[in-house]
Every structure is written in structure tokens, then in C-alpha cells.
Design a protein around this ligand. Structure first.
Ligand code: SD4
Length: 343
């Protein structure tokens, strides 16, 4: 059940300056308020490096939209199991990428099952800005990317992904993603916590930000579940599931078992709870509770996490399983925050 101990609530006031205030509320509930703008948050440890890049734009008065694109490009360009071309392939040996982006005016764009393109998030942005559509998939998405001047990269697995694939293919046994794979030390069907070059591994990156003008935007990019069926698309490119932004209310992104995020229109649900008055963490918690109710016993076997910011700059997160953390960057603050969880 919901554990209130060490409950960390990050909520905001309204000015541009940073103010961290601790309130001890009866019932061992500890609240920390952060009063700041701009602010950027993103999933998992890899969010720290991505936030740094986003921050360069935000601190110079740039748009949240530019920040969330440039931020996650850092992760797309790094070697890891789960984002970008270095990631684990599908069961047929192809790396297929999903990404979405949404701005402060309900403009949104996404790509799914995109191959051989280094920065799917930028293709998603082009879909948003240059086509009458929201979503392009597979070959069509790739053709569009190339027509837009994106380089078609070599069809080749990274050495780490090749090794994982060689391991996996011995049994060809598809399992749902291991919970919090970034914390796993073994070489199961998913990649290890620390790559052989010593770098930290990580998961899908979802990022939401509010700029100095108070506008919200979000992005989400992933290779999806390693060794997935060919053609499988997760929640990350599905607007309302892996990402949703309503500039009057807030923004949310998701990570974890995509099928179960899609089932409840997860990020949209979080934004709707915020519209009804919930603070971001509480909105994420209510959405996780909804999922638990639907999934029953299965909820114990998967991970889903939501990460949200509201129009005042309050940020919060909640996950199904323990072990999810997110990176927070605002003026004078740069840290990983451990999310509270249902279990
Ligand atoms: C997916 N949600 O494709 C993504 C994967 C992910 O943590 O976030 N893993 O289902």
C-alpha cells in the first residue's frame, strides 16, 4: 500500500527565485517546497546529463520545446540499452525507435518503429512542425526523415547490443521488461546496469519542462522493450500515453511497461488529475492506483512510473515498484530524486 514514510513532496510557490522550505506535517509527512522557474525533470539517472543540456536553453530564456528536444538528444546520442541506435534490437535483430514531442499549444508529433535515424526526437518535431499529421511510422517515417535531411545510419548493432542479442537468441525467450533494468546487475535479456566501458546504463528518457515564460513542453524517446516483436510500438510515441502536455494545467511523461501505460492513457490521466486539483505526485499516485486496480496480481510483476510538472512549477512522480528515480534541475538545484512507489 501507499507508504507515507519518507514521503517527499516537491511543490512550488510562484516566483523565479529558489526557495527550499521544509514543513513537517503530522503523520510523518515531510514536504519540501521548491519555488522556481524554469524547471526541467526527466526519467532515470540519465536525466542528469539530459537536463544539463536542456538547462542551457532554459536559463537563457529559451523555449521549453527546444529544451526538451535538445535535452533528450544527449541520451539518444549516448551508448545505452534503451534509447537511440546503440540500444537493444527487436527479436529479429533490428533497432527500432519510438519518440514523441509536444509543445505549449497542443502541437504534437511522433515517430514509431523508426530505423537507422540517430535522433528520432528531432524527426518527431519535424512531423509536428512540417506535416499535417501527428504520427509517422516505420518506412514512411524513415523516408520522411531522409527527405528532411537526416542521415541514414548504418544498419548495425552496437557491440553491447550485439552481445545481448547473441545471448538472447540462444533461447529466443521474450519476457516483459525486467523491473528497473537500470538496477539489474545480470546479463538477462536486458542490458546490465553498468556497461563494459564503465558508463551507467539507463532506460527510456521522458522529459518535461517549464520555461521562464511559464510555458510547458515534453519529450519522450526510447527503443522500447528489448527483443520485442517486430513492429511492436510502446507508449512513448503515443500522445496521451507516454507523454501529454496541457499548458493550462501541466505536463506528464511515463516510463515502464508501455502496454499498461497505453491501457489507461497514463500521461493524459495524470494531467486530468492535476486539472482536478491534485499536485503532480498525487496525480501520478492516483493514476498508478488506477492501474493497480485494473491489473490486479500482474501489477506486482511490472514497473510503470509517471513524472509530472504543473503550471506553477510543482514537480512530482510516483511509480508502481520502488527503484524509480528522476533527475531534477532548477536554479541552484541539480539532483536525482527517489520516487515514492505503490509497493
Ligand atoms: C515502452 N515505455 O516502449 C517504454 C519502455 C520503457 O522503461 O519506458 N521502459 O514500453
Amino acid at each position: 500500500m501507499f507508504n507515507r514514510r519518507n514521503f517527499l513532496k516537491v511543490s512550488s510557490l510562484s516566483s523565479m527565485a529558489l526557495l527550499v522550505k521544509k514543513n513537517l506535517i503530522p503523520g510523518d509527512f515531510e514536504a519540501i517546497s521548491i519555488k522556481t522557474r524554469p524547471v526541467v525533470i526527466s526519467t532515470w539517472d540519465a536525466g542528469l546529463a539530459a537536463n544539463k543540456e536542456a538547462w542551457k536553453i532554459l536559463i537563457n530564456g529559451g523555449r521549453a520545446l527546444d529544451a526538451v528536444e535538445k535535452g533528450v538528444m544527449v541520451t539518444e546520442g549516448s551508448r545505452n540499452c534503451c534509447v537511440g541506435l546503440g540500444a537493444n534490437p527487436d527479436r529479429d535483430g533490428y533497432v527500432t525507435l519510438d519518440a514523441s514531442i509536444m509543445d505549449e499549444n497542443f502541437n504534437c508529433g511522433s515517430v514509431a518503429a523508426l530505423e537507422r535515424i540517430k535522433h528520432p526526437i528531432s524527426v518527431a518535431r519535424r512531423v509536428m512542425e512540417k506535416t499535417p499529421h501527428v504520427m509517422l511510422v516505420g518506412e514512411g517515417a524513415q523516408l520522411f526523415a531522409v527527405a528532411e535531411g537526416f542521415k541514414l545510419e548504418e544498419q548495425k548493432l552496437s557491440p553491447e547490443a550485439q552481445k545481448e542479442y547473441n545471448n538472447w537468441i540462444k533461447n529466443s525467450d521474450y519476457k516483459s521488461p525486467v523491473i528497473n533494468i537500470e538496477n539489474k546487475q545480470d546479463h538477462g535479456p536486458f542490458a546490465p546496469a553498468i556497461l563494459e566501458n564503465g558508463e551507467w546504463n539507463h532506460d527510456t528518457i521522458g522529459m518535461v519542462a517549464m520555461d521562464a515564460n511559464g510555458n510547458l513542453s515534453g519529450s519522450c524517446t526510447t527503443s522500447g522493450a528489448g527483443f520485442k516483436m517486430r513492429g511492436r510500438v510502446g507508449d512513448s510515441p503515443v500522445i496521451g500515453a507516454g507523454l501529454y502536455v496541457d499548458n493550462a494545467v501541466g505536463a506528464c511523461t511515463a516510463t515502464g511497461q508501455g502496454e499498461d501505460v497505453i491501457r489507461i492513457c497514463g500521461s493524459y490521466a495524470v494531467v486530468e488529475f492535476m486539472r482536478q486539483g491534485s499536485l503532480p505526485e498525487d496525480a501520478c499516485r492516483k493514476t498508478i492506483h488506477r492501474l493497480v486496480k485494473i491489473l490486479g496480481e500482474k501489477a506486482k510483476t511490472i514497473q510503470v512510473a509517471f513524472l509530472a510538472v504543473n503550471k506553477k512549477g510543482d514537480v512530482g512522480s510516483f511509480s508502481l515498484q520502488p527503484g524509480f528515480n528522476y533527475a531534477l534541475k532548477s536554479e541552484g538545484v541539480e539532483k536525482l530524486v527517489k520516487a515514492n512507489s505503490y509497493f
